[in-house]
Design a protein around this ligand. Structure first.
Ligand code: GLA
Length: 416
């Protein structure tokens, strides 16, 4: 499936190699005769493009809060807010305009941004976003029309990719509406090929809602792929998505992430505890963290969630492992574990029930040696001291109380 992308990369590598050999052997060059094999191999290695999205992408997307009500004022103000609130500093760097920015195509096929809503044009907007130190993202659809009925990419993959590269697009979410008869792996690979030919590194966010099992083919095509239908700003939706996405941990890793959809934190439909559970589980599942609320008007509670650097560090851990459910308690309790690069473990105790639950874990269950381990509560931002587990005594288990629909998220380092 990912042949076109790979072929393009090999062609680029060969071209760079040829250029290097020419530079070394051409007129004025000192080397004579065939280039030695070893340096050529080194050149080929250094010519590899960097992995796009080695960590789960972080940013903001307009859809969850604003739907089709997008314009350049909102994007500029959001860019300003991302800097002023500390979102950029915390790692949220992609500012993505979702559906409804586009209205038509010109006679030559070029896509046209809504001139009323984006009078300065997309290039100027991308420049503004880049000027703030952010990266710029946009949205399209594999089919002839987007989900909101705007022009899709069908028939124009190369022209669109070239246009977006010219505008300075760094990230594109590509949807799957009006594509029923199409072959998803082939279509997205063709789109990736067009992006590669356009010559700008652009993250491809595949959005076919898990319909065609993208976790089996999208690695090497897109950097992230949606695994479910759209999220809603309610607890039932979050619980349902966690269940669906939790089964796909094997498919995730640096440069290829399961995407359980954008965040609803701060949009008003859930309690503080529910939003903390939503954010914690996205972090433990190494999910992309795309804020979906109004960043210009965040409450202190919303900021305390989206800007919790210790929780973000769990999501952005360089090991890039998607955490898993390690204990399923029938009465609504669940324990998750995500191994982290420094040998510590993120452990999330989740409570889906309607009353407070006491929950525990043994060190053997999280793969650390029996004995002392340091524990830190990532929401309270407090050290919880050293806890010991000899591996023998039941009453040495590490235990916490978890509020209804809430979470206790800790990080555990083996040793005293
Ligand atoms: C689909 C996607 C959403 C959003 C809308 C836009 O439903 O899954 O995330 O992009 O389309 O129309």
């Amino acid at each position: 499936m990912n042949k076109p992308a790979r072929n393009t990369l090999s062609l680029v590598a060969i071209a760079l190699l040829a250029a290097a050999v020419l530079a070394a052997c051409g007129p004025g060059g000192k080397a004579k005769g065939p280039a030695p094999a070893a340096p050529a191999a080194t050149e080929a290695k250094t010519a590899q493009p960097p992995v796009l999205a080695p960590l789960p992408p972080m940013g903001f997307n307009t859809w969850n809060k604003f739907g089709c009500d997008v314009d350049e004022k909102l994007i500029r103000e959001t860019a300003d807010a991302m800097v002023e609130t500390g979102m950029l500093e915390a790692g949220y760097k992609y500012l993505v305009i979702d559906d409804c920015w586009q209205v038509d195509r010109a006679a030559d096929g070029r896509i046209i941004a809504d001139p009323q809503r984006f009078p300065s044009g997309m290039k100027a907007l991308a420049d503004y976003v880049h000027g703030k130190g952010l990266l710029f993202g946009i949205y399209s659809d594999i089919g002839p029309k987007t989900c909101a009925g705007r022009p899709g990419a069908a028939g124009h993959f190369d022209l669109d990719a070239a246009t977006y590269a010219e505008w300075g697009v760094d990230y594109i979410k590509v949807d799957w509406c009006n594509c029923d008869d199409l072959d998803a792996p082939a279509e997205y690979a063709r789109f990736r090929g067009a992006l590669d030919r356009a010559g700008r590194p652009i993250v491809l966010s595949i959005c076919e809602w898990g319909r065609n099992d993208p976790w089996t083919w999208a690695k090497g095509v897109g950097q992230l792929w949606r695994t479910t239908a759209d999220i809603g700003d309610n607890w039932a939706s979050v619980v349902w998505i966690i269940g669906a996405n939790s089964r796909l941990a094997d498919a995730a890793g640096p440069g290829h992430w399961n995407d359980p959809d954008m965040l609803e934190v701060g949009n008003g439909g859930m309690t503080f505890d529910e939003y903390k559970t939503h954010f914690s589980l996205w972090a433990v599942m190494a999910a992309p963290l795309m804020a979906g609320n109004d960043l210009r008007a965040m409450s202190a509670e919303t900021r305390s969630i989206l800007l919790n650097k210790e929780v973000i560090a769990v999501d952005q851990d360089p090991l890039g492992v998607q955490g898993r459910v390690i204990i399923e308690r029938g009465y609504g309790g669940q324990v998750w574990m995500k191994p982290l690069a420094d040998g510590s473990r993120a452990v999330a105790f989740v409570n889906y029930s309607d009353r407070e639950l006491a929950q525990y874990v043994r060190w053997a269950q999280i793969g650390i040696p029996a004995g002392p381990a340091k524990v830190r509560d990532l929401w309270a931002r407090e050290d919880m001291g050293v806890h010991s587990d000899t591996g023998k005594h039941y009453n040495e288990r590490f235990e916490v109380k978890v509020p209804s629909h809430g979470v206790v998220l800790v990080r555990i380092w083996p040793g005293a």
